[in-house]
Design a protein around this ligand. Structure first.
Ligand code: ATP
Ligand code: MG
Length: 238
């Protein structure tokens, strides 16, 4: 199951500093949308504002028919929205299994919770094997898998991923993008993907937005952006 997202004229920032300035974009249910941009463009701020971690100053964020702009972060997983934060942010002194259980807190006590645990252990056999190990002892790649699995535990309809491939070897980068593809394909989720790895992000996504200094400066089908000489020069080092 998936849900659409529509962000309109969103402004947010920190203290005196304004970061997002009039950001508008949308994701149809089941689409993979990439947001690319330079360091400091505001990509993480955008995901954190949608996730209710950074409060919006103005604008609307519609998940399906509901405006979620004023709903606090901890209530959003039960509405079908989840975030895999930059760096995964696992709880290092909890076991892998406990991290996964935290991810499913909004489903605790339901059959979906148990089904979710079985599902993510199947999806990521390494997590099944390591379930009783402290999450802080996982490798970088395993940690990223665990962070995605933890998010999947809430049975989301829209999953946001903040640079899931950062710091991984080329083989694991490929696996992470395959995983992103299967979240939309097999599980039918809507995916909002922020990535430094622009070539792969454009390859895996349907449409993409370019964020620059807190503003959306380009919106196009991903294949079109991937062939654009200006985008290739600015973001792909080509
Ligand atoms: N917690 C914070 N407090 C104050 N300013 C912040 C905070 N987090 C980010 N910023 C500022 O907001 C701007 C956007 O940062 P953000 O992390 O959203 O960028 P980004 O596009 O995710 O960058 P990167 O690609 O490096 O992850 C930057 O100027 C940054 O210094
Ligand atoms: Mg960031």
């Amino acid at each position: 199951m998936s849900v659409s997202l529509e962000v309109t004229d969103l402004n947010s920032g920190y203290g005196e500093a304004s970061v997002l300035e009039g950001v508008s974009f949308n994701a149809e249910a089941g689409e993979i949308i990439a947001v690319v941009g330079a360091n400091g463009a505001g990509k993480t701020t955008l995901l954190n504002t949608i996730a209710g971690v950074v409060p919006p100053r103005s604008g609307s964020i519609k998940l399906g028919d509901e405006d979620i702009a004023r709903i606090p972060a901890h209530k959003l997983p039960s509405k079908g929205l989840t975030l895999v934060p930059e760096g995964g942010r696992l709880f290092p002194f909890m076991t892998v299994r406990e991290n996964l259980e935290v991810g499913g807190f909004c489903k605790r006590g339901t059959p979906e919770f148990t089904r979710g645990l079985d599902e993510v252990m199947q999806l990521f056999p390494i997590l099944g094997k390591r379930q009783n190990q402290l999450a802080g002892l996982l490798s970088g790649g395993e940690r990223q898998m665990c962070a995605v699995a933890r998010a999947v535990m809430s049975q989301p309809q829209l999953i946001m991923l903040d640079e899931p491939s950062v710091g991984l070897s080329p083989k694991l980068v490929h696996e992470v993008f395959e995983l992103v593809r299967s979240l939309a394909g097999k599980k039918g989720l809507t995916v909002l993907l922020v990535e430094q790895n622009v070539a792969e992000a454009l390859e895996v996504s349907d449409r993409a937005y370019v964020l620059d200094h807190g503003q959306i400066v380009r919106a196009a089908p991903s294949s079109e952006l991937a062939d654009d000489p200006a985008i290739r020069a600015a973001y792909m080092g080509l």
